[in-house]
Design a protein around this ligand. Structure first.
Ligand code: CUA
Length: 147
């Protein structure tokens, strides 16, 4: 049993190694765009974070996260709107999760995480950090108001 356990461990490490090095597989597609982490606040679009209407019932939410909050931390949209999130962090790894929806982003300094979500029900939706980021982690949240 020990040999089977050790053998499968070696096999998994080999598969991971071959995929990472030989096939060049890297972390998720959502992390495709990169800004130098210390330039995040100086460069568009994160020099002016906020909500922008880009079409009928369509909005772009440019959100800058930091320890321990989001800018902006409240977004108000009409029912039926699709929000295209575009989010990054200027310091350490954070997250942005809207409980009860598929919106679940890991935020890595300088990488722009993107996701689109349609809000068809009126109400208030919390979005919160779900990557432990320090002493104020549990205070890091914002709100989406759908009315
Ligand atoms: Cu930011 Cu936890």
């Amino acid at each position: 049993w020990l040999a089977i356990g050790t053998g499968s461990l070696v096999l998994f490490l080999l598969v991971t190694g071959v995929m990472a090095v030989a096939m060049g597989l890297n972390p998720p597609d959502g992390l495709a765009t990169t800004i130098e982490p210390d330039q995040v606040e100086a460069q568009a679009p994160f020099d002016h974070p906020g909500l922008e209407q880009i079409g009928p019932n369509e909005y772009k939410a440019t959100i800058l996260s930091y320890a321990f909050g989001y800018d902006p931390n409240t977004i108000t949209i009409p029912v039926g709107s699709t929000v295209h999130f575009e989010v990054t962090t200027k310091d350490v790894v954070h997250g942005l999760h809207v409980p009860g929806t598929p919106t679940n982003l890991m935020l890595v300094p300088g990488h722009i995480a993107e996701y689109s979500q349609t809000f068809n029900e009126p109400g208030e939706f919390l979005f919160l950090c779900h990557e432990y980021c320090g002493i104020g982690h549990e205070l890091m949240y914002g709100k989406i108001i759908v009315e």
